[in-house]
Design a protein around this ligand. Sequence first.
Ligand code: FE2
Length: 411
Amino acid sequence: MDIRKIGLTMLGVLATGVWAQQPITEAETNALAAIRAQRTDGLITVQPWVQLLDSNRLGVGWITSQPSDGAVEWTQSENGGEWRQAWFSEDGLRQANTAMQRAVIGGFDPAKPIRFRARSRAIESFKPYSVAFGQPTVSQDRSLPARSRPNGAVSFLVFNDIHNRAQLYPLLVEKAGMPVDFAVFNGDVLNDPQTESEVVDNLLMPMAWFAAKSIPCFFLRGNHETRGAFARRLKDYLILPGERYYAAMTFGSARVVFLDTGEDKPDTSKEYSGLVDFDPYIEAQTDWLRREIAGDAFQQATWRLVVMHMPPDWRMDEAKLWHGQRRVNERFAPLLDAGKVTAVISGHTHAPEVVEPCPDASRGFQWPVFIGGAPSLAKATVFRVDADATTLKITRFASDGTVGAERTWKK
Ligand SMILES: [Fe+2]
């Protein structure tokens, strides 16, 4: 949601930078402590997180206290033998001499669990033909269950509009239940990031907490990750499929499309100081989406799900549509109809609801849109999606565990 839609009182709160809000309840305090336990002493200062690159490729990131090298050791052997190495390289150079570490794990058997740990060495001097390293430091061990499950089964969570309240993740996960195969951060989880520490505290450490719970993450931008001095640095800290924020992946019976809905106002709005360029970006993404829905993976999937921050909404009065919402309605929605998607999961409005398919089929929008609530503990929600070859279920949980929406599809 945009701050112009929030009352003056809230604007005052935003202006003083208290949007992140300190925890109030004991449960929130404990939840935040669990997240912050991912920050550790020694060379490795943030324990590893895992980002989905595809159903059979994983990105692992971690942070070191000083410029270092980095690799991940991983195994699928039950007795812990046969450790293999994975790293990240670009243009012939392995990632090194930086505090931000990453590795890409591929070539594993998706039917088996995988165990891994990160390893780094401080770089004490870096000369052209001679690099001096400190002693190797190893992260905590992490393990993930098999990436593919029988009968096309997949389960995942979708969070939206956390707005720097990292303590919400453990509390919502507790209500939605585990295990799940992955978690999606569906935008506005950060709030106009200005500094590295905001990104570490509110994105990377929560992802590390999920990794400690054996859950990889997919991060999707909202219209608050595109603002602030650090918006242009986010990619330095993330491992993204094809170096892009939007993607499509197959998990068992489900094809899941992640769309980046961009900013909410026109590129020429004075708020952006002439520094954004979302119209051509959305056009390029629309072309990509057109190719995606024509592809075999999308066409052959039992369930076609779309996760996007701003909801498409046929009910909106044309005259009142914000530019970003109009773009979503005009550019993405017709393709979602052409692709016969099963359901859309969104956030942005902070008002939990289900937008039913348009009664006038000639207008399109023939799929329900599940919108999550936010951002206080009382209003926060999480979606749980459970799919297999014959059944799809989407459930929206509130932080007190009550179910606000639930729908089941059968094939
Ligand atoms: Fe938003």
